[in-house]
Design a protein around this ligand. Structure first.
Ligand code: SF4
Length: 340
């Protein structure tokens, strides 16, 4: 697990500032509320993890930021990148932003790459479009970028098609492509989910190396708490489109204070524990996002729920300088009480 070593190095100024972000989708059955009143910052050079189950709003948050919501989606609020408002900016502005100041890496590189074009063609076009480089200069830069992500024989590989690469190699190509324009912010949505454990570790090490070398801020969207523990400085836990807990990574894993975070962590196998206990699961299912009950959306699944929980939405409250939580419960969590 990462320690606080980097936190002190991070500048307090936010690179990206999200304020009161809400994302809705219009459907035949009425509106679906995917993200609700979200406030958060991404600081320069940090890795911000965002975790939660499917439907927690973690991916839709970043699709909204990048102007990539589905046609029936609508975002409100404010998103400032280096002070410039970008939420719902004109598509021309957002197109220049994506792949230039903000890079993106997705779970399956095959969906993001054109199978009919060589890797070299796809990579050089990024530099020709965003930086106005000549083909020859762009190729030289692409060879450097592939070499930086530890792809050998890069000049030859530029002539190859995506299907000629393994899954791990394709993800390296995606990372190299995303970093060609030296973006300030790299958004990685489940970047290692499709990869086996060994390749996953290599990709995480590569992201960490590139972050340290270039100072790129990284948003790591994942359902995998093990991935977050390896790379993140801070973690945002999302549930039903809401931020329920945010903390530095060591605090979140060692001194979490939200029942949902407790449930997520207790459902992850730990190699450092000899307990022969069965892994816990969170009972029930995430709520229907078309409904907006007045109280805490986790209440039907929560072992700590009290009558107030179904009536009033818990506000997000600071428990410490870097620790936020939205929960009415004031006592010790069960896993704290037994020292788990
Ligand atoms: Fe559980 Fe109530 Fe806290 Fe929600 S507010 S997580 S229902 S204790």
């Amino acid at each position: 697990m990462r320690s606080t070593r980097r936190t002190a190095e991070l500048t307090a100024a936010a690179l990206l500032e999200i304020r009161a972000l809400s994302v809705q989708f219009s459907t035949g059955d009425g509106p679906v509320y995917a993200v609700n009143d979200l406030d958060l910052q991404v600081r320069r050079g940090e890795v911000l993890g965002m975790v939660g189950e499917s439907g927690s709003g973690k991916s839709q948050t970043w699709l909204a930021v990048l102007g990539l919501l589905a046609k029936n989606g609508h975002a409100e609020g404010s998103v400032r990148l280096d002070g410039e408002e970008i939420l719902n900016a004109p598509s021309r502005t957002l197109t220049r932003l994506r792949g230039n100041r903000v890079g993106m890496i997705f779970q399956d590189p095959m969906t993001a790459m054109n199978p009919f074009l060589t890797v070299g063609r796809q990579m050089t076009e990024v530099l020709q479009w965003h930086r106005g480089l000549s083909r020859r200069a762009a190729e030289a830069r692409c060879i450097e970028a592939l070499t930086a992500v530890h792809i050998t024989d890069a000049a030859r590989r530029l002539q190859m098609y995506p299907h000629e690469f393994s899954g791990g190699m394709r993800q390296r190509v995606m990372i190299a492509t995303a970093l060609l324009t030296e973006p300030q912010l790299l958004i990685c949505d489940e970047p290692t989910t499709a990869l086996d454990v060994t390749v996953q570790a290599q990709i995480l090490a590569l992201l960490d190396e590139l972050r340290q070398r270039h100072g790129t801020a990284i948003v790591l969207i994942t359902h995998d708490l093990g991935v977050v523990a390896q790379l993140a400085d801070r973690v945002v836990v999302m549930y039903a489109g809401r931020q329920v807990e945010t903390a530095e990574v060591h605090t979140l894993y060692g001194a979490y204070r939200h029942p949902y975070t407790e449930g997520l962590l207790r459902s992850v196998p730990r190699l450092d524990e000899a307990r022969a206990e069965r892994l816990a699961t969170i009972p029930g299912r995430p709520p229907d996002l078309a409904q907006r009950p007045p109280g805490c959306p986790f209440a039907p699944r929560c072992a700590y729920a009290a009558p107030i929980c179904a009536q009033q939405m818990p506000p997000l409250v600071a428990l410490g300088p870097e620790h936020l939580r939205a929960c009415h419960y004031g006592g010790a969590l069960k896993s704290e009480a037994r020292g788990a």
